[in-house]
Design a binder for this molecule. Structure first.
Ligand code: NIG
Ligand code: FE
Length: 387
């Protein structure tokens, strides 16, 4: 079954063979064959297909790649958000509230939440979703979280090292051991990645290294919650371990920026978090100018950012982080793919997965230019139309 999407005013391919940056083709067409992109090029030259979709001059982008989200949870923390907006500081303490609610929830309740949020994402043009555990924090509960995440998400991350659960008191060392041994063994079969919240009050660099190295030994790739609340060793640890991504990067030293710029580790920025916690935004311009690869992701979770909107992230990144609209759109698509070490998503070129986002707008700039306005007209994921 093939579909030709024709009369595309602006096609964002992210294909270096087409051109720099977004690799834009004007007056373009895309042909989907099965779950793959079969052809891209000028609309007038489009090969015949079984079905046609007239884009009517609108812009077409690769589906968003949301490379950082925490969707397996129960309850919500709207009151905590309201308190923050009245001056309370975010210190990640609320994670334990969500842990208690999550532990008490049934499998089907958790499933319903993940399904709802992945659906909400798809309706906004997100076609690749990474989902972390981290609100269970026992062997059984973390295993359940990654297993349920794997039913709905493209990429699953084991985050047993989110915080130390209260039953461990101050014994972070004992909990770190559990995360690196029995809990890892239970979770690794369902996950591709291992992540650690490396931060004062969570796990220090030695503990984070222990967890990440054990995960890598078990066949997982590393990613790190790094430098979200304070400057510290986490970004450099991520680079040292060749982690796919250092996420947050809100407080960076020059050495951190240099380390990222001379590595394969993507700096994944999560502007919804700074918005929702009233922190300073990460300095995207400094990272880009130094030559680091930047991704944008939602971090959708009930605490630090309960938004699944990648369009919102793009708008904030452009308005307040000095990314150009093209840089921000690239970061939310191709950048996310880099952060997940995926070559089949985040781009529209022959052979890529057919993840297509038709905007109700003539260009990618409208994502930042019209903040808060729903602009997703149609979405295909792996050749299946979702919207
Ligand atoms: O990425 N920083 C750690 N974890 C999440 C927040 C989780 C929560 O507050 O529930 C984050 O911001
Ligand atoms: Fe996170």
């Amino acid at each position: 079954m093939s579909i030709a999407i024709t009369d595309i005013g602006e096609l964002v391919t992210n294909d270096p063979a087409v051109g720099d940056g977004l690799g834009v083709i004007r007056d373009a067409a895309v042909v989907i064959d099965g779950d793959r992109i079969a052809w891209t090029g000028p609309s007038a030259a489009a090969p015949a297909a079984d079905e046609a979709f007239d884009a009517a001059g609108r812009a077409v982008l690769p589906g968003f790649v949301d490379s950082h989200a925490h969707l397996v949870f129960a309850g919500e923390r709207a009151e905590e958000f309201a308190a923050r907006m009245s001056g309370e500081k975010y210190a990640a303490g609320g994670i334990r509230t969500t842990v208690a609610r999550t532990r008490a929830a049934s499998d089907d309740e958790l499933r319903a939440t993940v399904r709802r949020l992945v659906g909400e994402m798809a309706r906004q043009g997100t076609t690749t979703v990474e989902c972390k555990s981290g609100y269970g924090l026992t062997v059984e509960q973390e295993e359940r979280a990654v297993r349920i995440a794997a039913e709905f998400a493209d990429e699953v991350t084991y985050l047993g090292a989110h915080v130390v659960p209260s039953e461990y008191g101050d014994d972070t060392a004992a909990y770190t051991r559990l995360v690196s041994t029995d809990m890892l063994a239970a979770c690794a079969p369902h996950a591709r990645w291992v992540d650690v919240f490396c931060e004062r009050g969570a796990f220090d660099a030695d503990q984070a290294r222990e967890v990440l190295q054990a995960g890598v030994k078990a066949g997982l790739g590393a990613r790190v919650h790094a430098n979200q609340l304070t400057e510290g060793p986490a970004v450099r640890l991520a680079v040292e371990l060749d982690a796919a991504s250092a996420d947050h990067c809100t407080f960076l030293s020059d050495a951190d920026v240099d380390a990222l710029a001379s590595s394969r580790t993507v700096a994944t920025l999560l502007p919804g978090v700074e918005f929702s916690t009233r922190q300073p935004y990460p300095d995207a311009r400094r990272l880009l100018d130094a030559g680091a690869t930047v991704a944008l992701a939602s971090d959708c979770n009930p605490g630090s950012c309960y938004s699944s909107s990648m369009a919102f992230c793009v708008a904030v990144a452009v308005r307040d982080m000095r990314m150009t609209p093209a840089e921000a759109v690239w970061a939310a698509t191709a950048g996310g793919a880099r952060a997940l070490r995926r070559t089949d998503v985040g781009r529209l070129a022959p052979g890529a997965r057919a993840d297509v986002h038709v905007l109700d707008a003539p260009s990618h700039i409208h994502l930042a230019y019209r903040p808060g306005v729903p602009q997703t007209a149609a979405v295909w994921r792996a050749g299946v139309q979702l919207r």
